[in-house]
Design a protein around this ligand. Sequence first.
Ligand SMILES: Nc1ncnc2c1ncn2[C@@H]1O[C@H](COP(=O)(O)OP(=O)(O)O)[C@@H](O)[C@H]1O
Ligand SMILES: [Mg+2]
Length: 347
Amino acid sequence: MTERTTTTTELAAGPSAAATSAGPLIEVRDVRKTFSVRRRAGRFRRTRSEVHAVAGLSFEVAAGEMVGYIGPNGAGKSTTIKMLTGILVPTAGTLRVAGIEPSRERIRLARRIGVVFGQRTTLWWDLPLRDSFGLLRRIYRIPDARYRENLDHYVGLLELGPLLDVPVRQLSLGQRMRGDIAAALLHDPEVVYLDEPTIGLDIVSKAKVREFLRDLNRERGTTVLLTTHDLTDIEQLCSRVMVIDHGRVMYDGSLTGLHGLDGLGGSERTLVVDLAEPGPPIEVAGASVVRVDGPRQWLAFPAATSAAPLVASIAARYPLADLSIQEPAIESVIARMYAAGGDVSGA
Ligand SMILES: Nc1ncnc2c1ncn2[C@@H]1O[C@H](COP(=O)(O)OP(=O)(O)O)[C@@H](O)[C@H]1O
Ligand SMILES: [Mg+2]
């Protein structure tokens, strides 16, 4: 087991000198992480096998970026984040965050980064939020004025005021998550990793968390690496998305580029046409009717082509009442990508 836990004394003893670095804020080069697991094989026998959680991963993130890090269960997302915080030591390859090698200088790095694990709180279960924050102030040796300013700022934005004196175990999941996010930011980290911060949250809490993260990135310039199952998070927050599977990057580029990938047999958009009255399926070059419901018809056409000529030729020959275009659901694009398997280059 190579996982470690950070203790209060370790953190307090760490040097406070901040390294300055040129180049990307996060640098991951040919990183591998292999777990050796023992499995039962029959009643008494056990066999060793290897799990390649991360299998040759390379990417860079520049300061100020907000990057979505997505992939199916078991893809290696959390393992990546644990290596980027220094909790896990890579089997091979190199990682640098703000010029620091995380597993070698985990304590020094801790002052520069913030981490939120959606499935596990970093707060003290039995303490009121206020006391958890106070402990973090001492652990990170946050100067008094700075602490008060940040506390006010985040308590206000995350609407934590009425919750400060409530023990963490009595908070709802959404309240606790907002507390965790504030806790990760009190020491002014340059980069935050959020591993499934919206998991299990209701729609209102999700929206609050998203709005908060967007402002944090825009206003403070904080670099954000966001892992999520909820692709709406990505659509609303990240201009760059990395899709990983089996511990490798399968796609690194824009969300729109992901929609328009040719290597996936071309994803399609849908033109929704409301005719003045029900009629036979529309016949037009470059699109095909996939569904008819009374006067409404759905026509699929390649995502990469413009809808304008299509709309013009339909309008010239059919009496239109209304018309709209549906973008492909990002879920279906990604499902196709996983099905396609191999690497697909990014936009
Ligand atoms: N401590 C561990 N010991 C053994 N296998 C692990 C350990 N942590 C993760 N794995 C395995 O590594 C793979 C990647 O896991 P993880 O990084 O948690 O994926 P994700 O966060 O993308 O769902 C999975 O197959 C998981 O079972
Ligand atoms: Mg995970």
